[in-house]
Every structure is written in C-alpha cells, then in structure tokens.
Design a protein around this ligand. Structure first.
Ligand code: GAF
Length: 405
C-alpha cells in the first residue's frame, strides 16, 4: 500500500486541508526555506493500558503523519504555527516560567523543554505543524506531534539523535508538562516504528521485538467518531487503580514493583485482599500482558486465527474489566467480527471512544468498508471514517517531493 492509497480514505474536506505542502505554507507564513520532517501515528494491535504497568504492548506505526516544516532562528525563541488550529504560539526557551496552556502547543513546547532538561541545548526555530492523524481518536496524534517537532528541533540544532532518548523525553513531556500520565508506547513506536512490522515492546526493559505482518494482511482502522480526552479524567484514574492494586498486593507478594510482576494465578490466589473494582482492573492488566506474549508467538508462527482470538479476548477484557470501551466501540467490533476475511477486531488506544483496529485479509477490504460503514451508521447514526493502512517506519526527515498531496 502506498501513500496515495492511504489518502484515498480521506474525505474531500480533509483532502482540501492537505494542499499545498507544509514547506510552501511555511514560506508563505514565515518566509524562507524550511526542512521537512514527519512522524507517524500508531495503532496498537494488542496490549492496552499495559505500558504504564511496565508490561507488554504491540503497536505498529501507520501512514498517517504529523508533518513539520522548520527553520532555525538565531535566538532561543520558538514561533510555532498550527495549520490544524490556524494559530501561532511564540515562546522563549529561556523563560523559566513557561507553563502549560492547555492546547495543542503544549506538545511542542513540552517536547522542547523535556529535551533541554535531558541535556540537549536547542536553538530557536520557526515551525509549521500540520497533523493528519485525527485528533482524539486513539491513534496518537499527540505522540506524532511531540516526536516530529522534537526530532526536527534536534536535527536543525545539529544534534546526533538517539531515537530511544527522544521517545523518553517526549514521554516525560506528556506526563510532566501536558499532564497526561500516559505510558511510553506511543512515543516509542512513533520514533522507532518499522515498515511491515508491529513491535512487541517490553515497557520495562525497552527491548523491542519486530514482528513481521504478513504482506496480505492489512490494518483497517475504523473511527467511531466519538472523541476522547486523555489528559486527566478516567485514564489517570485507571492508572491510580493499578497503583492501588500493586500497593495492596505487595503485602502478600513481596518485591513487586508493578502489575507486570503479578501472574494471573497469583492474582486469583490473592483476590480476597482487593476490592472488587481494583481486582477487575488488575485482572485486565495481568491477563492482557499474557495475551500480548501469546499473540506475538501466534503472529510469528503464522497462526492468524489464534491472533484473532486474543484480540477478541482483549476487547472483552477492556469492556468488562477495565471499563474503557463505549457502546459505539462495542458496536463497531461486533459488526466487524461477522464480516468475511476478518482475522480479529478490537478497540485500540486509550479508550472511551476513538478507533477499532481490524486485521483483514487484503482481498476482503472493499466489501468490509462498505458493509461496516452501512451497518454502523444504521445502528448509531454516525458515519465512520475507515482507513486502510499498513505498518510504516518511524520519524524521519523527508525530501520535499515526498510530501504526497
Ligand atoms: C494511550 C497512552 F498514551 C498510551 O501510553 C497507552 O497507555 C494507551 O493509551 C493504552 O494502551 O494511547
């Protein structure tokens, strides 16, 4: 699948916002020549809310990007224009009182400040940002903007880039500056994604195992149209509930640091010491960790039906134990599961709305898109966006002629 296939998924209005390219817009906006970069959004095939529990995840980078056009400045100011919001923000990197504004610019300024805190001395820059990852849809538009701007800033400063360090700095930015206590899956895959592969990431050791996705299997992402918001709220609450589980379990399982250290049988053995709600939250995480590892074995051995079963179990666990699904996500999964050529379907990302991920045999794609769109709209009165994608590489500099309109 090439980029133009991906863009065939866009509506006309979305297409209109893709043209002209970021460099040309930069010239109109700021004057002068800019360098171009892009970082991808992601889907997670399985392993949800396990990253901040130091467990396992299996994301793939996707061909929807945040594009950045940038030119260095002689001072230490960042002037950042967002094409999506039609707004410019101007900050001084030496201003010790820089604080979160509660909008899109926090991801850019937060990434810059986190890089500086890690010891990189950045130059100022004029930056134009254009995101094509749908916002609030569980495809990680936030990691895409952090990683693309962070990488671009390091590159124009002439710094040798360590992608793992970049991912870790952007992860800190989102926790400390933006205020969403997310794990590090999204920043990691946006930086280190690999074309044609999902990565099984051990979020404790940061060991990443590339898992080839068979070429005739496509990642089909269905957007329910229900937006979510990670900063604060339910996401942080789930994280706190996991921490409570660890705290209580550590009285009977000495030495545990995270739910990663608890097996499903240990959880069953000690369930009496947990309040019912905390037990359910923990059960999702410990069983999900096991599912990711078994799903990785299934993918490596070509056992796609087994992979599909793990996806279905993962969705049920998120719906019933972790309570992060919603009626629209459940409908979308239900509809997908009965379509011909579907290997597996589940919600993907933080939850409370957003997208489902469907693994599909390539030849079934057109019929799938048609039937799912009709049935989903019939049930919910919402028209879904459906993206047919394949796994792509992580962040990189791009030659101008590679921006595909
Ligand atoms: C969001 C977060 F940003 C990730 O860190 C992860 O926790 C995910 O939700 C759920 O798996 O995307």
């Amino acid at each position: 699948m090439n980029s133009s296939d991906v863009r065939s998924n866009f509506t006309q209005t979305q297409l209109a916002t893709l043209s002209p390219g970021p460099e040309q817009l930069f010239e109109e906006m700021f004057g002068g020549h800019a360098r171009l970069y892009r970082a991808p959004g992601r889907v997670n095939l399985i392993g949800e809310h396990t990253d901040y529990n130091e467990g396992f995840v299996m994301p793939a980078a996707i061909g929807l990007y945040c594009w950045v056009a940038i030119a260095p400045r002689a001072d230490r100011h960042l002037r950042v224009y967002s094409c999506n919001f039609g707004e410019t923000v101007f900050v001084d990197l030496d201003n010790k009182a820089l604080a979160r504004r509660g909008d899109w610019s926090d991801y850019v300024v937060g990434a810059a400040l986190a890089l500086e805190k890690s010891g990189y001395a950045l130059s100022g820059a004029d930056i134009l940002v254009r995101g094509e990852v749908p916002i609030g849809s569980g495809l990680s538009s936030s990691a895409a903007i952090e990683i693309s701007t962070g990488y671009a800033l390091l590159d124009v400063t002439g710094t040798k880039i360590d992608l793992v360090q970049l991912a870790m700095a952007c992860h800190r930015a989102e926790n400390d500056f933006v205020g969403a206590r997310v794990g590090m899956m999204d920043q990691f895959i946006s930086a280190l994604g690999r074309a044609g592969h999902a990565l099984m990431l051990d979020c404790r050791s940061l060991k990443a195992t590339p898992l080839p996705i068979p070429p005739d299997v496509l990642l089909v992402v269905c957007n329910t149209g229900i937006k979510h918001q990670l900063a604060g709220g339910e996401y942080n609450l789930r994280r706190a509930q996991c921490e409570e589980g660890v705290h209580r379990l550590s009285s009977v399982i000495p030495g545990i640091r995270a739910l990663r250290d608890v097996t499903p049988s240990q959880l069953e053995l000690f369930k009496e010491i947990l309040p019912e709600l905390i037990y359910r939250r923990c059960r999702h995480v410990v069983t999900e960790n096991e599912r990711v590892q078994r799903a990785a074995e299934a993918l490596l051995s070509g056992d796609l039906p087994a992979f599909g079963i793990f996806m279905a179990e993962s969705h049920r666990s998120m719906r019933d134990d972790y309570a992060i699904s919603c009626a629209e996500l459940d409908s979308m999964v239900e509809i997908a599961m009965i379509q011909p050529g579907v290997i597996g379907a589940r919600m993907t990302g933080g939850g409370f709305g957003g997208c489902t991920i469907n693994l599909l045999h390539a030849e079934a794609t057109d019929a799938f898109k048609r039937s799912v769109a009709i049935e989903y709209e019939r049930r919910t009165h919402l028209r879904p966006d459906i993206y047919v994608l394949s796994a792509t590489d992580g962040v990189r500099a791009v030659a101008s002629d590679q921006f595909v309109r």
